[in-house]
Write a protein that binds this ligand. Structure first.
Ligand code: FAD
Length: 408
């Protein structure tokens, strides 16, 4: 009998990593990696940071050189979209009219940027930032003498704002909520980032509703706000969140909840032959006793590991503490955990020094930490979250007490 065929749909961070891990874990059977983008799996974080600012070349984005896939017997099939999944026949239909049969299917289709369904949305110069191609278009637009309007004050929007300033553009951030990062960070952190960006010349319109785009000769020239004002600009980046690419799974009857519902092995709860990993998965997170979807590189890597381990019969990876990061100017923000059910926020250090950490506590347990230029607070905070160890709050708030001592 021939070895089972593993088909991975989506050649991004999670899919590319899963393919490489399967080989690393000794899987010798056929692996196909199908991706709709024309290039091999690459890292997205630099697209809004170093790469956008011209500090990293395109080659440095790739997870592995193209030759890696052939050398490791991975049938990498770029520029092909999976259009439907037939679970009964165990086949995936592809955009070139062919179909591929699988024994095990790994869905790694990621997420896509959410568009605004408003007047003028199709004008040239209205951009998103999800792919290397998107980033090329943005880089070609931003520069001295240009004004960039960023719709959405989340992490990606703010990174684009910082990179835009580094490239010499005027930048205005338009945010619907009363503060930036409202969905993902506490007020102290929002205030800190607002002040830091303003110091670097970014202007903010907060609590404003974008209702349309104005254009000249088919190209965007302004953003219309609900209060009647028009913010003049040469380009717009819409960064209002992402939606999981879970339609293949939904249409095939797999349980989805804004993402494909999976278990601790990243296996679909509806079909033992299908896994879902990365941004497209709605997954359990035991340390919070919850299910949710995450959009981060560490999550993509962790779930690739879970699926590759399950497929090759290795033990399940140890429990993890979710984390992510954001780089803006000379700031390195590292975030561990999620601020669920928090009843107290404790700030260690002085935000005025741009080196501090915000701890989110539930009783005497750390639920999450946001550390700015503060690696020990991040590392030790992550450990406290994972171990669910009670913390002495007085010591935690006192920067004269080292983080090592706090966690002892
Ligand atoms: P992706 O990397 O998006 O890959 C999914 C792939 O599947 C894509 O290539 C897509 O084209 C393909 N695909 C979709 N549907 C189909 C189909 N039907 N058929 C074939 N192929 C398909 N995370 C951090 O932790 N830190 C950061 O600083 C950070 N910065 C970011 C900056 C930007 C600009 C972006 C966009 C993301 C950033 N992220 C960051 C998030 C991180 O990059 C994602 O969480 C990660 O890429 C998820 O990996 P994935 O494989 O699930 O999805």
């Amino acid at each position: 009998m021939s070895a089972p065929h593993i088909v991975i749909v989506g050649a991004g961070h999670a899919g590319g990593t899963a393919a490489a891990l399967l080989r690393q874990y000794g899987y010798g059977g056929p692996i196909s990696l199908v991706g709709e983008e024309p290039i091999p799996p690459y890292q997205r974080p630099p697209l809004s940071k170093a790469w956008l600012k011209g500090e990293a070349d395109a080659g440095s984005l790739a997870l592995k050189p193209l030759a890696f896939y052939a050398e490791n017997g991975i049938d990498f099939r770029p520029s092909l979209r999976a259009t439907s999944l037939n679970r009964g026949e165990k086949t995936v239909a592809l955009s070139d009219g062919s179909a591929v049969s699988y024994d095990t299917l790994i869905l790694a289709t990621g997420a896509r940027a959410i568009a605004l369904p408003i007047e003028g949305k199709d004008l040239a110069g209205i951009l998103f930032l999800r792919t290397a191609a998107d980033a090329e278009a943005l880089k070609a637009t931003v520069g001295p003498g240009k004004t960039l309007a960023v719709v959405g004050g989340g992490y990606i929007g703010l990174e684009v704002a910082a990179s835009g300033r580094a490239l010499g553009a005027e930048v205005v951030v338009l945010e619907r909520e009363a503060r930036i990062l409202a969905r993902v960070a506490c007020k102290a952190l929002s205030d800190f980032f607002t002040g830091y960006h303003e110091k670097h010349g970014v202007t903010f319109e907060l609590g404003c509703s974008v209702v349309g785009f104005e254009g000249r000769d088919g190209h965007v020239s302004g953003v219309k706000l609900a209060d009647g004002r028009v913010i003049a600009c040469d380009a717009v980046v819409v960064g209002v969140g992402a939606h999981p690419n879970d339609e293949l799974a939904r249409d095939a009857g797999l349980e989805c909840a804004r993402g494909v519902v999976v278990d601790l092995d990243a296996r679909s709860v509806s079909d033992p032959n299908v896994f879902a990993i990365g941004d497209v998965a709605h997954r359990p997170m035991p340390i919070y006793d919850r299910m949710f979807r995450m959009e981060s590189v560490p999550n993509a890597l962790e779930q690739a590991k879970q699926a590759a381990s399950a497929v090759t019969g290795r033990p399940r990876p140890l429990g993890e503490c979710p984390w992510q990061w954001s780089d803006q100017y000379d700031l390195k923000l590292q975030i561990a955990g999620y601020a669920f059910d928090v009843d107290e926020i404790l700030i260690r250090g002085d935000p005025a020094t741009a080196r501090f950490a915000v701890f989110h506590l539930k009783g005497d347990q750390v639920q999450s930490v946001e550390a700015i230029n503060a690696p020990p607070e991040f590392m030790m905070g992550k450990m406290l979250i994972l171990n669910r160890k009670p913390v002495n709050k007085a010591k935690l708030a006192d920067t004269c007490v080292s983080m090592k001592e706090v966690t002892a």
